[in-house]
Design a protein around this ligand. Structure first.
Ligand code: HPA
Length: 271
């Protein structure tokens, strides 16, 4: 791992010159269009970066595969266009190298985005939810096997209250309705059953998805300040008559992506 990180950092710094990103951004399913508004873009394919997710057989459609550096909302950003999920090959620390690399090239704040199912009957598909906490329903942890006391990461303010307040201000100014709630990580790749969703609602979840939690754990381990947005692409299993599919996720995410774009630009301007 250490060697991959060092090599990837070397390749990126040789391309970015004096540019130093401050904000990292991880894009979820169907949200790749968020990079359209980035200026002064430097794009580096994951294939050129050791330890980054490959374009291989398990990769998910709807995700880009580049690291993009540039300016968005007046901030220097480093965008991971796509993520690797636990369900692709059973590795909960699949995003460890890219995230370590972001930290080493200067990133101190991280915005995570995802597509998720809404478990809140009052929040319909195509809306956006600000994540205020999570439940790691998988029982997995990307830090298992890590040595040292730093592995005992405090998760009490994993989703920065300060950044949440800025995001809510951005939402208000742009007339975007932004609910707040708890994201539950369910491993996937199959969607949940209606009985599972009934159980997850009792546990206190507002949205359910197959990503993000491992990245937030790694991010807090690295000392990053984090905020997260879920694009709600469907009512969770059993809560509507719509059949769930990845095709449907991508279609609705494209609508939510427009709101997330506006929100993020306004949020970044406030940082
Ligand atoms: N469940 C899990 N992951 C998801 C969903 C869902 O309903 N929608 C989009 N990603």
């Amino acid at each position: 791992m250490e060697q991959n990180i060092a090599e990837a950092v070397k390749i990126i710094t040789s391309k970015m010159g004096s540019f130093q990103p401050d904000v990292g951004l991880i894009l979820g399913s169907g949200l790749a269009s968020l990079v359209d508004d980035v200026s002064d873009k430097i794009s580096i394919s994951y294939d050129a970066l050791p330890g980054f997710p490959s374009h291989g057989a398990g990769a998910v459609t709807g995700h880009g595969t580049n690291l993009i550096l540039g300016i968005l909302g007046g901030q220097k950003v480093a965008i991971l266009e796509g993520r690797k999920h636990y369900y692709e090959d059973g590795n909960p620390s699949a995003m460890r190298v890219p995230m370590e690399v972001l930290k080493q090239i200067g990133v101190s704040k991280l915005i995570v985005t995802n597509s998720a199912g809404s478990m809140d009957p009052d929040v319909a598909p195509a809306n956006v939810m600000l994540i205020n906490d999570h439940i790691n329903y998988s029982g997995l942890n990307p830090l298992i096997g890590q040595s040292g006391d730093a592995r005992f990461v405090d998760m009490s303010e994993a989703y920065s209250p300060k950044l949440r307040e800025l995001m809510q201000r951005a939402a208000k100014e742009n007339d975007i309705s932004l609910s707040e709630g708890v994201y539950i990580w369910y491993s996937g790749p199959s969607f949940e059953t209606p009985a599972e969703i009934r159980a997850l609602r009792i546990l206190g979840g507002d949205a359910v998805g197959m990503s993000t939690v491992p990245e937030v754990i790694i991010g807090r381990y690295l000392g990053l300040e984090i905020t997260g947005l879920s694009c709600l692409t469907n009512m969770a299993s059993g809560m509507s008559n719509t059949k769930l599919s990845h095709h449907q996720t991508k279609q609705v995410a494209a609508i939510g992506a427009k709101k997330i774009k506006t929100l993020l630009k306004s949020f970044l301007q406030k940082l």
